[in-house]
Design a protein around this ligand. Sequence first.
Ligand SMILES: CC(C)(COP(=O)(O)OP(=O)(O)OC[C@H]1O[C@@H](n2cnc3c(N)ncnc32)[C@H](O)[C@@H]1OP(=O)(O)O)[C@@H](O)C(=O)NCCC(=O)NCCS
Length: 144
Amino acid sequence: MIKFIEVEDTLPLRNTLLREGKLTLDECRFPTDSIESNFHLGYYIKGELVCISSFAPQKYGEFTGTGYQLRGMATVEKYRGQGIGNQLINFALIYLRGQKANYVWCNARKRAIKFYQNVGFEVISPEFEVPGIGPHYAMYVKLQ
Ligand SMILES: CC(C)(COP(=O)(O)OP(=O)(O)OC[C@H]1O[C@@H](n2cnc3c(N)ncnc32)[C@H](O)[C@@H]1OP(=O)(O)O)[C@@H](O)C(=O)NCCC(=O)NCCS
């Protein structure tokens, strides 16, 4: 079941799945978490939060219209490869289309490129390094 959740709900999974459990929960907050109209989605299985993603209005480069940045996308390891992340992003894309957003973008880890391509994103930047995390590409999907 997919639900809108609070940023606080996302912090433990952000830490364990995206930051190797090395940070405090407060350090797992993104600056974009305090932007108005940001939102967080969670996928629950039998009451357990197993997949998260966060979205905030943010422009990318020269793109026109309302852009949203996707951040903090992660699925608990034992639930990966079952289409849960795919469903969560598709839910967000449909919701944001309804909100009249024009595009969604993200800085994707190299290993997750195919996952984002599966839901319509395309690569829009050369490879770049995020210190301590690894190679990334900016990716984008047009909504309308
Ligand atoms: C990237 C990540 C969020 C994907 O989550 P997920 O829930 O496993 O995603 P999905 O199951 O929808 O897709 C993963 C794979 O399962 C496959 N899959 C299996 N069954 C599927 C189904 N029913 N529907 C869609 N895809 C399915 C997909 O083809 C996909 O393979 P691919 O990425 O090689 O193309 C997850 O691997 C993760 O948390 N990784 C660590 C953190 C991370 O890197 N986050 C991204 C930061 S940019």
